[in-house]
Structures are given as C-alpha cells and as structure tokens.
Ligand binder design. Structure first.
Ligand SMILES: [Zn+2]
Length: 183
C-alpha cells in the first residue's frame, strides 16, 4: 500500500476504475480476479492459456501476478478485460523503457525480456500464445473513434480529480483562516 499519496495517484486510480468499467462493459460481467467468477476466469487464463508460466519469460516457479499487456493507464488505455490480462512474474511485471524513456509496448517488452534471458528463440512462440489469448477472450477491437472517446473521457477524469484533490488544500486553508478569526 502506498504510504505517500499525491493528487496524481488519486487521478490515476480514477482512470483505472474507468478502464475497469469499460472492460467489464465489453466482457458483460464483473471481472474481479480476486473473487467469484472473475477469480475462476483468471485461474483458467493462468493454467490453460499459459500453462502456469509467466507470459514473458516462461518462469513457473514464482507467484504470478496480473499484468495488463495493453497498459492499464493513460498511455495505452488498455481495458481491464480477460483478453488483456496475462500471468506475469514479479521481475517481468516492470515494463521496460525505450531509449526515449517511454514505456515499451507489450511486444517490445516481450522481445526485451527474451533477449535479457538469452531466450530470443522463444519470442515468436510466446507472442503467438499472447495473441491467441487476446482472440480467445474476444478482447474488443476498438475503432479509432472509440479509442479517441476513451482517451478524451480518461483525460477529463484525470484532470478533474487532480484539480479537486489540489483544490482541497486551498479550501482547508480558507476555512482554517475563518476558524482562527472566531477565536
Ligand atoms: Zn517473467
């Protein structure tokens, strides 16, 4: 749990909540990977689609985390949907960055991991498994207009939450001033 929270943290959380809702809208059900039906779907993805292994490095010895291969943020607007989650070891769940410091997309990340581990020959087969998984779970093929709409709404949500969060301190200072005058 974060011990230091900024207004950007709350704004990013709101964006992820929105991407979760849109993902569940396309999936047609809630998708909580920690309980109920969502947990069963997640178990199936891990065991059947990925054979209990990390989607990027193939490791099966560590605890596998939920990774959104289309990033679950304001960079890629990946949705929280079964077709967009893959099992991932802790080491691979830190997205590599490119020379310009921007995050790698999932294919670039997969390629970087395969090279780092000396498994370049596994890149194509792992890529095919992830692509098949996306298709199996019918991850929505969004049109350019739909992607644009998601981007506009997510950015508006981010700005509004950040502004509200920042405004709160100003509001507190104003009220505090008034209270001090009363004494
Ligand atoms: Zn891994």
């Amino acid at each position: 749990m974060a011990v230091y929270n900024t207004s950007s943290d709350s704004a990013n959380t709101a964006v992820r909540a929105f991407l979760t809702k849109v993902g569940e809208f396309y999936f047609g059900a809630s998708f909580n990977t920690a309980s109920g039906k969502g947990k069963a779907v997640w178990a199936k993805i891990k065991e059947q689609d990925f054979n209990g292994c990390c989607a990027y490095c193939g490791d099966s010895s560590s605890t596998l985390q939920v990774e959104h291969h289309l990033m679950f943020n304001r960079t890629e607007y990946g949705l929280h949907h079964p077709g967009n989650v893959v099992p991932c070891c802790k080491g691979c769940n830190k997205r590599t960055r490119k020379a310009d410091k921007s995050f790698s997309n999932w294919e670039e990340h997969l390629l970087a991991v395969c090279y780092q581990k000396g498994q370049a020959d596994k890149f194509e087969s792992r890529k095919i498994i992830i692509q098949a998984h996306i298709k199996n779970f019918h991850y929505p093929e969004l049109t350019a207009s739909e992607k644009h709409a998601i981007r506009v709404i997510a950015n508006s949500l981010y700005d509004n939450i950040k502004i509200e969060s920042d405004k709160s301190l100003g509001l507190y200072k104003e009220l505090d001033k008034a209270f001090n005058k009363e004494i």
